[in-house]
Ligand binder design. Structure first.
Ligand SMILES: [Zn+2]
Length: 443
């Protein structure tokens, strides 16, 4: 009887859906000082700070249909405009620039209509910083993006998220967090907490792809100090033994000098093998007095970007996405191609034990979403190798696979055969799959 009672209450606990508060958001931008996708991302991150949950960003067209479909009852419309503002600085005279104004309107969904409920306006300040020039006199620069981040951080304060029930099936991707000695000494005893906060934000960003990150361990690492860039540091990380073969290992470094690229006005924020199981993220230097929550947002975006590479996702030639090659502003959006590739890869690695099933799914996603044959083959092979493994020689009939997956498997067997030249089964299978690849491919 006791056991029955215990299992009944356990069932009850497990069946209670996770509580999550969220809101629908629309963004309108009146001047392109900071473009609309960047503003959307700022609102998304600011609301995450306030509610610990992802908001739903709606497009400009009729929001009511989607709100009804997803049981969203509250809509916040953020309007951003810019106006001239001057500031007097001690001993430096008067400086003028554009300052943001953020207007927020709250609507409640009432049947098929949106009813205005409340509105407020935040007048932002200027964000002024001393420039550190490589030559000449230092000047004062105005950073509109920082000014807008600060204003949006205030503008989300009155937002009340309604509580609604949500039970989305997210697939867990196991990750191990690693910090080098510079990172650990910079953050002291708080380093795990700091790393977890960034990881949690990245995990919620990845939910757009139906996956989330599950931390399975924290480890210390001593990073070599005589290297010349983040790529070398990533190789050094990959050469250290790993605790769990199935996890993605995310290492944080404070060797930030490795992140500056000579002769380029950019900063490297991370590195990952594509695809692979090791990721490196360089802690980013933010401007002084910048609210720490925005460090989390920027670094979580870097983690998300590199984890997606580790799952085999390539860059997207468009701005203001997480997978854009360079990050010009705050981001949060994953493109449909990114979502499909990440979800298929995670599924092949963590939810499928059948290599034949996995190879077919990876092949179909590679063909649908990747343009370069090299990226397609890397995507298939890397994710199979990190997941259920490549089918053993002779396991899968070449005729049952597409030309692309045959080419990928042939390549993999050839790599193994070079290291194990007496293994005739490997050579034979490589040959069979490469024949199938050439006979079934398009002319
Ligand atoms: Zn990249």
């Amino acid at each position: 009887m006791t056991r029955l009672a215990a299992s009944t209450s356990l069932w009850f606990l497990c069946s209670a859906p996770a509580l999550a508060g969220t809101v629908a958001v629309q963004v309108e931008v009146h001047q392109d000082e900071v473009p609309s996708p960047a503003v959307e991302a700022m609102v998304w991150h600011a609301l995450f700070d306030r509610h610990g949950h992802d908001a739903v960003i709606l497009d400009a067209d009729d929001p009511i249909r989607r709100m009804r479909a997803e049981d969203l009852t509250t809509l916040y419309r953020f309007e951003v405009s810019w106006s001239p503002l001057t500031a007097r600085l001690d001993g430096r005279g008067i400086i003028g620039s554009l300052a943001p104004t953020v207007q927020v309107e709250e609507y409640q969904l009432d049947g098929a209509a949106l009813r205005p409920f409340a509105h407020w306006t935040i007048q932002g300040a200027l964000a002024l910083y001393d420039e550190i020039p490589s030559q000449g006199e230092p000047a004062i620069v105005s950073l509109p993006q920082i000014a807008l981040q600060e204003a949006i951080g205030v503008a989300v304060n009155p937002v009340m998220a309604p509580i609604w029930y949500r039970e989305d099936p997210f697939l867990d991707v196991p990750v191990e967090l690693v910090a080098d000695e510079e990172y650990r000494s910079f953050y002291g005893s708080r380093w795990k907490e700091v790393a977890d906060l960034r990881l949690r934000r990245a995990s919620v960003m990845l939910r757009q792809a139906g996956i989330q990150l599950e931390v399975v361990g924290h480890h210390s690492w001593t990073s070599p100090d005589d290297l010349h860039g983040l790529s070398d540091l990533l190789d050094a990380l990959a050469a250290t033994p790993r605790e769990r073969p199935d996890s993605i290992r995310i290492a944080f470094t404070q060797q930030t000098d490795l992140a500056t690229v000579p002769d380029r006005e950019v900063e490297d924020v991370g590195r990952a093998y594509r695809p692979g199981s090791d990721v490196l993220v360089a802690d980013q230097a933010m401007v002084p007095d910048h609210a720490p929550a925005w460090d989390e947002a920027e670094e979580a975006s870097a983690i998300t970007h590199e984890v997606l590479h580790a799952l085999g996702v390539t860059h997207l030639e468009a701005e203001y996405f997480v997978m854009s090659p360079t990050k010009a502003s705050t981001v949060h959006r994953l493109a449909p191609s990114t979502r499909a590739l990440a979800q298929t890869a995670a599924h092949a690695r963590y939810a499928t034990s059948d290599p034949v099933h996995a190879v077919a799914a990876l092949g179909a996603a590679a063909e649908a979403w990747l343009a370069e044959p090299e990226s397609q083959i890397d995507y298939i092979m890397g994710n199979l190798a990190a997941g259920p493994g490549v089918p053993p020689p002779g396991w899968v009939a070449p005729g049952s696979l597409s030309a692309l997956t045959n080419a990928a498997i042939a390549r993999y067997y050839l790599q193994l055969a070079e290291r194990d030249p007496d293994n005739t089964a490997l050579w034979q299978s490589a040959l069979a799959h490469s024949r199938a690849a050439s006979t079934t491919s398009e002319p």
